[in-house]
Design a protein around this ligand. Structure first.
Ligand SMILES: [Fe+2]
Length: 201
């Protein structure tokens, strides 16, 4: 049994004009596909084969660069696609909205903190919103590191992920990462993030 590249839950052009179709197509069909294939090759014949990706990351030996980079890349992009939607944007409601207010003070403060985590990540990486012991936390990670990995980022389980690798935005935004981050907020699928929060809280 090997890991499979998941289908996108929408068309490549569905997130236009915020994220362009060409970027989405290359990102999914080339970058995410490569992480998936390389992960399968890296775990073949090891005791990681047949385990869930969560289990592999939680128990990761971080000196295993192939699994760290490709397992992280596989997981992070799986999450990334689902937390965006052509009907996204706005603000969350219900329990997630209350938890954001409780743990960050306001949605605006959360947005500022999450945006900063993405904007200040030097080089390639991610910004995450995580649930740890019932509390929300924001953190950034370099490369394809993921909060499930031991001793990385804020710990806990990520429920929102933003890719700040140049491959996520360079075709359309060039060096303007802050513009891409602002645009990302127009496509966040708060319904899905809320569903993940309800499972993890
Ligand atoms: Fe990416």
């Amino acid at each position: 049994m090997s890991f499979e590249l998941p289908k996108l839950p929408y068309a490549y052009d569905a997130l236009e004009p915020h994220i362009d179709a060409r970027t989405m197509e290359i990102h999914h069909s080339k970058h995410h596909a490569a992480y998936t294939n390389n992960l399968n090759a890296a775990i073949e014949g090891t005791d990681m084969q047949g385990k869930t990706i969560d289990n592999i990351l939680i128990n990761l030996d971080k000196t295993n660069a192939a699994v760290r980079n490709n397992g992280g890349g596989f997981y992070n992009h799986n999450l990334f696609w689902t937390v965006m939607s052509p009907n996204g944007g706005g603000e969350p409601t219900g329990e997630l909205a209350e938890a954001i207010e409780r743990d960050f003070g306001s949605f605006a403060e959360f947005k500022a903190k999450f945006s900063k985590a993405g904007a200040t990540q030097f080089g390639s990486g991610w910004a995450f919103l995580c649930v740890k012991d019932g509390k929300l936390e924001v953190c950034g990670t370099p490369n394809q590191d993921n909060p499930l990995m031991p001793g990385v980022g804020c710990g806990g389980t990520p429920i929102l992920a933003m890719d700040v690798w140049e491959h996520a935005y360079y075709l359309h935004y060039q060096n303007r990462r802050p513009d891409y981050i602002e645009a990302f907020f127009n496509v966040i699928n708060w319904e899905e993030v809320s569903r993940r929060f309800a499972v993890e809280k």
